[in-house]
Design a protein around this ligand. Structure first.
Ligand code: GDP
Length: 450
């Protein structure tokens, strides 16, 4: 990873807009900008001030009128000298501006390279860098709030007490070994056990927050199953209502894959795609079960829909049986606005996609299914990343091993190995120790210019 050269990229999304920003970072940022811009004759580079300038061609002809912001190292996004040129938002002008910067000695930035530099220069830790990406890709305000808290360092703050306790234990064990000949008392097994239990409890709390946190990050997929014509699509539309979330699934691409989803307390909910099968009812009946199974396999939560205006059928029974094995299931009777012919006591709640009756209650039911302990406040330092969860799990396993080693009365040298094995993933989580390939994997999911 080369970090000494000066990099350039368009920081705003593709397409025409009111403004478009070209960002330059590195020791030569001012030199590069100076080569492509014409300032007033008395211009000086003053940090954190806007300057007026013209973007000019090699022959001096004006291409755009721009505003230029200079952020002096280390108080900038990357902790290096940064120049941001606000052009008018024409893709042609922006590309031309970048091309000119390249000719003036800058290099095109890789995806996420500005944020990578902020990390490598020690301005932010790894969870904060990841939060930048999550904030940009948030599709609900709740997701944005959680990411903003993580940008402020909430993840590392939540992990730190556990890490401190682990380091404390390591120090204690090391001292016992180092000074064994000097009659320094070795820590008693009970104390070590209590300390490890405390560490494990801390790790468990963090891991438990991922139960809700993973939905906050990844969103939730909902399978709506039921016989044809019970009102599955109508129900989805009723849930969509006003709480439509804007979803662009793939980082780095904007507007490519926009799917409809609604926000359940800030968690974007996508419908598992079971569309496209609209053959005759006969065939649908036959395909119904197979389709239900397929949809359920891809879903976090299954909503079984019955028709309140019709008696219970064998097909309903079959679908209920198949879905009963799935933990996260909710059963509703739709069309409660019509005279009831469904036998009582089968559904959890009755709703009407047509009148909207029961829809809010249905949402509360869905939330209870996925978050039995309630919804975490954005500032509670919850774990939302699969990478963080995997590392916490690794730390937990090692701490568990250390506890067993202690119980078995093994020498403290061996116990220490397990403690260090528990510390290592916590360091990797915050980025205190991280291999280049991991960094590449994380930052390649960013968009260019960030
Ligand atoms: P799907 O095949 O399960 O997706 O069912 P649809 O959503 O296409 O609905 C089937 C029919 O039932 C349509 O004619 C809807 O207008 C009607 N429908 C859906 N929900 C309700 C409801 O709550 N009340 C009434 N009266 N009709 C409904």
């Amino acid at each position: 990873m080369k970090t000494r050269d000066t990099i350039v990229a368009i920081a705003t999304p593709p397409g025409a807009g009111g403004l478009g920003i070209v960002r330059i970072s590195g020791t030569e940022a001012r030199t590069v900008a100076g080569a492509i811009l014409r300032f007033r004759h008395d211009h000086e580079w003053k940090p954190w001030r806007l300057a007026h300038a013209h973007l000019v061609d090699e022959d001096g002809s004006v291409v755009d009128e721009v505003l230029v912001a200079f952020f002096a190292a280390p108080r900038s996004y990357t902790a290096e000298d940064v120049v941001e040129i606000s052009c008018h938002g024409s893709p042609v002008v922006l590309r031309h501006c970048v091309a000119r910067a390249l000719r003036a000695g800058a290099r095109a930035a890789e995806p996420g390279e500005f944020t990578l530099r902020a990390f490598l220069n020690g301005r932010i830790d790894l969870p904060q860098a990841e939060a930048v990406r999550d904030l940009i890709h948030s599709t609900t305000l709740y997701q944005a709030r959680v990411a903003a808290q993580q940008l402020e360092g909430s993840v590392s703050r939540a992990v730190r007490p556990v890490k401190d306790r682990l380091v404390g234990l390591i120090t204690l064990l090391e001292a016992g070994i180092d000074f064994a000949d000097d009659d320094v008392p070795v820590a008693p097994a009970e104390e070590i056990d209590a300390r490890l239990a405390d560490i494990l409890a801390g790790l468990d709390r963090l891991l438990a927050s991922y139960g809700w946190g993973r939905f906050v990050h990844d969103g939730l997929t909902l399978a709506i199953v039921g016989r044809p014509n019970v009102g599955k699509s109508s129900l989805f539309n009723a849930l969509l209502g006003a709480d439509r979330a804007i979803v662009t699934d793939i980082p780095g691409t904007t507007r490519d894959t926009v799917s409809e989803s609604f926000s359940l307390e800030g968690v974007p909910v996508r419908l598992v795609d079971t569309a496209g099968i609209r053959e005759s009812d006969d065939l649908v009946e036959r395909l119904g079960i197979e389709r239900t199974e397929r949809a359920m396999a891809d879903a976090d939560l299954t909503l079984v829909v019955l028709d309140a205006a019709e008696p219970f059928t064998d097909a309903d029974r079959e679908i209920l049986d198949r879905t009963s094995r799935q933990g996260w299931r909710a059963v509703v009777a739709n069309k409660c606005d019509l005279p009831r012919r469904l036998e009582p006591g089968i559904e959890e709640i009755a709703v009407s996609a047509r009148t909207g009756a029961g829809i809010e209650e249905l949402k509360r039911l869905l939330i209870r299914r996925i978050a039995p302990d309630g919804i975490a406040a954005p500032q509670s330092g919850l774990i939302t990343s699969a990478r963080h969860e995997a590392l916490l799990r690794e730390a937990r396993e090692a701490a568990e091993k250390a506890r067993a080693a202690n119980a078995a009365g093994l020498p403290h040298e061996l116990l220490l190995l397990d403690c260090y094995a528990a510390l290592q993933p916590l360091d990797a989580l915050t980025g205190a120790t991280t291999a280049d390939d991991i960094l590449n994997r994380i930052f390649s999911t960013f968009c260019i210019g960030k």
